[in-house]
Design a protein around this ligand. Structure first.
Ligand code: ADP
Ligand code: MG
Length: 339
């Protein structure tokens, strides 16, 4: 049930292929193995053989990033983030350059979001993850405070020459949960664009990325799910994907309840607790990795702070659903609303 819901934060609603007279072939393929969510790939106007070839390639990309960013498992023959975390404070670990690029992107994300998306928050997110697994008690306040002393982004050392990654603080660990999915999605989209594929849509559990327009020249459209799952209104809005990436983070997806209060999975680095101002935040922009990073960061900011951040960025548009279900838009979002 949880996994089923995870894919639904944003939904492609152009799937009926209205722009091409209904005559064009539609292919879909679903993976369940990557980034703890459901991945759905949709394409129009492609032969089955070609679709299979392309989606095999996409699967390879997703699998590779999934493995590199995995903090729970190691894989034979490669060092990944799990290896790097284990060797924290001990020794640099030789890693694939793609992991260095991804970590570098995570470090940039920290500065773009003024520290609100922090890949070095692993010591803290680990405590929340364990609590969520148990499901009936919160992490201890003093443990959170102690862990927070080991979340310094500057303690990540990237050595390009030797292709190594090192964490200076032995108690620190990296968590790419807020970044890797969007980043991998963007890499898969880049592959499609390099191949000249313009009628594909990738949906990695709420990270939606399309390539080009549909064959009739119309924009793809997507529905932003209403966080109130019991409402008759399934979508908050349906939007045109004039920007190719739409990412939603929702507090109603991964959470647990203690003493009647719910705690979701995005942690405010300032308070070390989840912040409950919003039910969901959706970001529309040109790049799925950026959209992923921002959707997480905006959860930790007030609406006003978020609007200031968005204004400082080019071509980024945001829809917030606040805790009372009220919808807020960043400047210019109207241009993207279909209904
Ligand atoms: P989702 O994975 O549901 O799309 P996000 O992209 O917002 O959600 O990522 C949330 C995940 O990122 C958490 O499960 C956790 O592993 C990690 N995380 C939580 N809070 C932060 C934060 N402030 N900065 C960086 N990573 C975080
Ligand atoms: Mg994110």
């Amino acid at each position: 049930m949880k996994r089923f819901l995870l894919i639904l934060t944003v939904i492609l609603v152009a799937a009926g292929c209205c722009s091409c007279g209904g005559g064009e072939t539609k292919n879909t393929r679903v993976f369940y193995e990557y980034f703890d969510t459901v991945t759905e790939i949709t394409a129009f106007g492609e032969t089955k053989e070609e679709f299979d070839r392309v989606t095999d390639e996409i699967e390879n990309i997703l699998k590779e990033y999934h493995r590199l960013a995995d903090i729970y498992n190691e894989y034979y023959g490669t060092n990944n983030l799990c290896t790097v975390n284990k060797k924290a404070g001990k020794e640099p670990v030789k890693v694939n350059e793609k992991l260095l690029d991804l970590i570098e992107y995570g470090i940039q994300a920290y500065s773009v979001t003024n520290g609100q998306t922090n890949i070095a928050l692993g010591a803290v997110t680990k405590l929340w993850h364990q609590a969520r697994q148990k499901g009936n008690e919160l992490p201890k306040e003093e443990s959170l405070k102690e862990a927070a002393k080991h979340c310094n982004i500057e303690d990540i050392v990237i050595d390009r020459q030797n292709s190594t990654l090192f964490l200076k603080d032995e108690k620190m660990s990296l968590d790419l949960g807020a970044v890797a999915k969007g980043y991998a999605c963007e890499m898969a989209a880049k592959f499609l664009e390099d191949e000249g594929k313009t009628e594909y849509a990738l949906n990695l559990g709420g990270n939606l990325r399309v390539t080009g327009k549909k064959s009739g020249g119309e924009f793809w459209t997507a529905g932003i799910q209403n966080p109130d799952l019991l409402s008759d209104k399934a979508y908050v809005n349906i939007v045109y994907l004039k920007q190719p990436s739409l990412v939603t983070s929702g507090s109603y997806m991964r959470y647990f309840t203690v003493d009647g209060k719910t705690y979701h999975h995005i942690i405010d680095p300032d308070t070390l607790y989840p912040k409950n101002d919003f039910k969901s935040v959706s970001v529309l922009c040109g790049n799925s990795a950026l959209a992923d990073v921002l959707s997480t960061a905006l959860f930790n900011m007030s609406l006003e702070e978020g609007k200031v951040l968005i204004k400082s960025l080019e071509n980024v548009y945001v829809l917030w659903v606040d805790k009372d279900g009220k919808v807020h838009y960043s400047e210019g979002f109207e241009e993207y609303i279909k209904e």
